[in-house]
Design a protein around this ligand. Structure first.
Ligand code: C2E
Ligand code: CA
Ligand code: CA
Ligand code: CA
Length: 275
């Protein structure tokens, strides 16, 4: 009884407000997932550094809250993960991304982000198979992005899931490279098709020689492993010049195009705003 009272006293008005916010966000999100309402996929182009052709587009989820307006995935993805909604939400993302990409006439791949919670439980492979069959998208035009931190949870089972997807012909990218623990161990544990160098390195590389060295070294690592290296967060001409000189094979960032809805991908010139 006493302990119960003490625990109860921990709920200050401020914390209670935050918890209410959280519960409300979860219920709105649940409604959105069930009704397929207020959820959108935006796409951001990834280009070959030399040819400047779009090789891939990353699907980035957007949620329009009925009262609060647009909420960033940084806020609602953790809520989806903790509430168990991520399975259904993630399955919707994969299906919608495959359907969208099947209509692109330039043959670009589509990259989809998956959470730790979607890995290591054997559900990803059937979800992807169903999406590929429904959309008619060839498996090698789908790419799955996993972060280093996502791999740490349940590592062996997660790697088993990655192998299953790879066996279907789906490509696997290692996201936010360099920000987690044991980056090199991950490269040894699984033959990724692509390494995405985190934007934080790219952003600092034009002013810090050490960051430029790291970008260059990862690019060289990619070359030696025969793996594509994408520099994320390329916002300026100076960033682009640097990552190209350092040998990154692909680039992604506001300098080439912001995440945008499907409709604005209609023409390449609308999609690629370089300014
Ligand atoms: P991420 O996978 O690292 O995605 C890249 C983030 O960087 C995106 O933020 C993108 O809009 C942003 N970005 C792209 N270019 C630039 C640039 O030049 N400068 C700067 N400052 N930022 C840039 P966004 O869309 O807010 O997504 C944030 C994170 O949410 C993603 O990070 C990813 O981890 C997660 N996320 C997004 N969509 C999904 C999804 O469908 N499923 C899951 N599980 N996670 C998702
Ligand atoms: Ca990503
Ligand atoms: Ca990233
Ligand atoms: Ca990130």
């Amino acid at each position: 009884k006493d302990a119960g009272k003490n625990t109860f006293r921990l709920f200050t008005p401020e914390l209670e407000l935050r918890l209410n916010d959280r519960v409300r966000l979860e219920s709105k999100l649940r409604h959105a997932v069930e009704q397929r309402e207020g959820l959108f996929l935006y796409y951001q182009p990834i280009l070959n550094t030399v040819t400047r052709q779009i090789t891939c587009r990353e699907a980035l989820i957007r949620f329009h809250h009925p009262l609060r307006g647009w909420i960033s995935p940084g806020e609602f993805i953790p809520v989806a993960e903790e509430s168990g909604l991520i399975g259904e939400l993630g399955a919707w993302v994969i299906e919608q991304a495959c359907l969208d990409a099947a209509s692109w006439t330039d043959g670009a791949r589509v990259a989809v982000n998956v959470s730790a919670r979607q890995l290591g439980n054997g559900t990803l492979q059937p979800t992807i198979l169903a999406a590929l069959l429904k959309s008619g998208l060839p498996p090698d035009r789908l790419e799955i992005e996993v972060t280093e931190t996502a791999l740490l949870e349940n590592e062996l089972d997660s790697l088993a899931d990655l192998r299953q997807m790879r066996a279907m012909g789906v490509r696997i990218a290692l996201d936010d490279f360099g920000t987690g623990f044991s980056s090199l161990a991950h490269l040894r544990a699984f033959p990724f098709d692509k390494i995405k160098i985190d934007g934080s390195f790219v952003r600092d590389a034009t002013t810090r020689a050490d960051c430029a060295a790291i970008v260059g070294l990862v690019a060289e690592l990619g070359t030696r492993l025969g793996v594509t290296t994408v520099a994320e967060g390329v916002e300026t001409q100076a960033h682009f010049d640097l990552v190209r000189a350092e040998g990154c094979t692909e680039v992604q960032g506001y300098f080439f195009g912001r995440p945008a809805p499907m409709e604005s991908l209609a023409t390449r010139s609308e999609e690629l705003k370089t300014a």
